[in-house]
Design a protein around this ligand. Structure first.
Ligand code: ZN
Length: 282
């Protein structure tokens, strides 16, 4: 435990808490556990996990120092899901880059509160309806200076719609292990991003190459068709020059096309006497 941790431990004794030092755990700088999760006048109750609940000493002090005030409001139990867990910050529905204070054992997620009459005040069900006790807890915690701003459905409806996130306000240097872990995590993410970018570039290059190959093929086919048409036209005109009445069908076409011209000529010649005849009749 660091020197800062030692000072904190003294404070635990002053507050009269039944605490034990805990074994070193991930990034928790001053790990302790509290017997029966009793914090003076109030109690923490886990919603589903089993003990031990390792916390940083500073979170214990922050809660214990507010216990009398919370008791005065009517709070008897704070039901929480987790304290220590290695995770990244999550606010506004997005995962942040930095490590969550849960990883340092400095934060606790409270889902509901039990009052002096045994009534359950659920953050999910009652906060938005203006539950007086939940609102008062939020105000007291924010005004105490013991916590960073409490995250609630009010200020973070995306990621904290069903619980209060309390985080002990303590600034002390991260342990070397924590710093290394954070740096490793960032390096891994950076490498993953680079790999993804390289893959995307490779895919784009392949797609472009396929597109160009298809364009080249299409052009080649177009040219081949054009050449074939030109060759056919040349062949047809050669055959039409040599055409005989017994010629094949392809050779017959130009002959058929040539006919109307002759017809037109004839009809023009015939039309004159016809018109003249009509004129004469009138
Ligand atoms: Zn939390």
């Amino acid at each position: 435990m660091t020197q800062v941790g030692a000072a904190c431990r003294e404070r635990l004794d002053q507050l009269g808490l039944a605490w034990q030092p805990a074994e070193a755990l991930d990034y928790v700088a001053a790990p302790v556990t509290v017997s029966d999760l009793g914090f003076g006048a109030i109690k923490l109750v886990p919603t589903f996990r089993d003990p031990p609940f390792v916390m940083d000493c500073h979170l214990v002090v922050a809660i214990a120092e507010q216990a009398a005030g919370l008791y005065y409001l009517g709070v008897r139990e704070l039901h929480f899901s987790s304290i220590h867990r290695v995770s990244q910050v999550r606010v506004g529905g997005k995962r942040g880059r930095s490590m969550s204070r849960h990883a340092l054992g400095l934060a606790i997620d409270v889902f509901h509160v039990v009052d002096s009459e045994g009534r359950k005040h659920s953050v999910l069900e009652h906060y938005r309806g203006g539950d007086g006790l939940l609102g008062a807890i939020e105000n007291v915690a924010n005004q105490s200076g013991a916590f960073r701003m409490v995250l609630t459905p009010g200020n973070d409806p995306e990621s904290h719609y069903d619980h209060f996130h309390f985080e002990a306000l303590v600034e002390y240097p991260l342990s070397e292990a924590a710093k290394r872990a954070i740096a490793d995590q960032r390096a891994q993410k950076k490498a993953a991003r680079q790999k993804a970018r390289q893959k995307a570039r490779k895919t784009a290059r392949k797609r472009l190459a396929r597109k160009k190959a298809a364009q080249r093929k299409a052009k080649k086919e177009r040219m081949a068709r054009k050449r074939a048409r030109a060759a056919k036209r040349r062949g047809s005109s050669r055959q039409s020059r040599r055409a005989t009445p017994q010629g094949d069908s392809s050779a017959a076409k130009p002959t058929v096309q040539a006919r109307p011209q002759r017809k037109t000529g004839k009809s023009r010649r015939r039309s004159k006497p016809a018109a003249a005849r009509r004129k004469a009749k009138r």
